[in-house]
Design a protein around this ligand. Structure first.
Ligand code: G6P
Ligand code: MG
Length: 222
């Protein structure tokens, strides 16, 4: 692993790292899977980090339904899921920032680290606005510009570029296995937050967002 002193920037996933929206994604996809008659164990974990259309394809495939819908019908299903999801995030406030994350972001700002967002979600700007972090995340990779979603490294490479840094100067933070794979392939230091079983590929693991501090990251890199 690179030396902690080489690190100049942090590239964040949003859902499940900064705020607990992954449970809303899980709920909205679960509603759609039920409607389609698809039984998908651990659906919530499977869709973490996966773009909207890729997640829909995964669900259809699980049910053997991948050839049953036209492109237009798939768009409609994805829109239906998103409409339900948007309802669920309507009432989010700064209280929905995950424990320790507001303090960690302040710590990064106080120490002049670069901060960028690498979320696959097209709803990310809305969520940042609702939780009061719009001014902290001024550098956001637009998922609409990506050729490939996570686990491809593209989104994390672009995050480093937004910070004018090399990937080796960045730490990426993720709660999704696909996201950790993406960070590693981008050649950034990967921090996995959540189940170590799920995120065993990460360079550094933390069980909870509360554990994510500069001191703990520095200690883990020594
Ligand atoms: C994040 C979430 C995924 C979600 C994706 C797209 O990566 O972890 O579960 O499918 O964003 O979100 P969107 O809001 O654009 O549908
Ligand atoms: Mg996530």
């Amino acid at each position: 692993m690179v030396n902690f002193d080489a690190i100049k920037g942090f590239v964040f996933d949003l859902d499940g790292v900064v705020t607990d929206t992954s449970r809303y994604h899980a709920k909205a996809w679960g509603q759609l899977a039920d409607k389609l008659g698809v039984n998908y164990p651990n659906l919530g974990d499977a869709v973490k980090g996966i773009s909207r259309m890729d997640a829909l394809e995964m669900i259809l495939k699980k049910g053997g339904l991948e050839n049953n819908y036209s492109a237009a019908e798939k768009e409609k299903l994805a829109t239906e899921k998103n409409d339900n999801y948007v309802q669920l995030i309507q009432h989010m406030t700064p209280n929905d920032i995950l424990p320790g994350m507001a303090a960690f972001l302040k710590e990064l700002q106080a120490n002049d680290y670069g901060i960028a967002l690498a979320s696959a979600s097209k709803n990310a700007p809305t969520i940042l606005d609702k939780i009061g972090l719009k001014d902290v995340f001024t550098k956001i990779v637009d998922p609409a510009t990506l050729s490939h979603g996570k686990p491809d490294p593209e989104i994390f490479v672009k995050g480093a570029q937004l910070l004018d840094l090399k990937p080796e100067q960045c730490i990426g933070l993720e709660d999704a296995a696909a996201g950790i794979t993406a960070i590693n392939a981008a050649n950034e230091v990967s921090v996995g937050i959540g189940s170590k079983d799920l995120l065993h590929e990460a360079d550094i693991n933390f069980a909870d967002t509360e554990d994510v501090t500069l001191a703990n990251i520095k200690a883990a890199m020594q």
